[in-house]
Design a protein around this ligand. Sequence first.
Ligand code: SAM
Length: 206
Amino acid sequence: MLNRDVRKVYSFFQARWYDCFKEIWNRLGAPEAEKNIQTFLKEYVSEEKSILELGCGTGKNMESIQRLNLLFKNYLGLDFTTDMLNQAINKFKSNNRVTFKQQDISKLDNLDEKYDIIISTWVMSHINSPSEVINKAQKLLKQDGTFYLVFMTKPKWFINLWLWPFMLLFKARYVPESEIQKVQNIKKVKRYSFNLATSILINKNE
Ligand SMILES: C[S@@+](CC[C@H](N)C(=O)[O-])C[C@H]1O[C@@H](n2cnc3c(N)ncnc32)[C@H](O)[C@@H]1O
């Protein structure tokens, strides 16, 4: 996947379509996976925790944190699509604990702060080598920090039948099992919607 093509998809109509699309996806695409993101946030986010989001898009996960009334220390959202970030920045401009930054998440070497929580939802399908990015990002976790990811994996044929044109349109691909196997420190793997989505929980406690 070329980054330029992915950015073009999410820049369409200044990303104004995304939140509406995401609501539909949450209800029809993978509702259980989305419910589990909320469960993760409720269980792990707390007043003293710092949060890093990789591929934050329009800030939908930050919106969930706010809607659930969860307190947190600070939040940094990274994304490389200007229009997606602009939507996110507009939503949280009055919250000084929330920062967004334009950055390619496959190049994280410039970040030196460590985080209690890292999240990344529906992003890894755009990354050429997800395991490499995930393992590198783990270096930004504090001792005993937690990393939660949700991404698309190859579903049963009857789901793939209608989904593959959307995968082409979104310049996305299913994260292969071989990539999941290369991810370090996995504590839990969960599958949803006939394998259409997979979540992994990473806990760095070495
Ligand atoms: C499907 S959206 C998910 C947004 C958000 N995480 C959510 O759950 O609503 C995918 C996002 O990943 C971003 N993205 C894809 N590849 C990226 C990369 N290499 N670096 C930074 N952002 C990336 C896109 O710009 C887009 O905003």
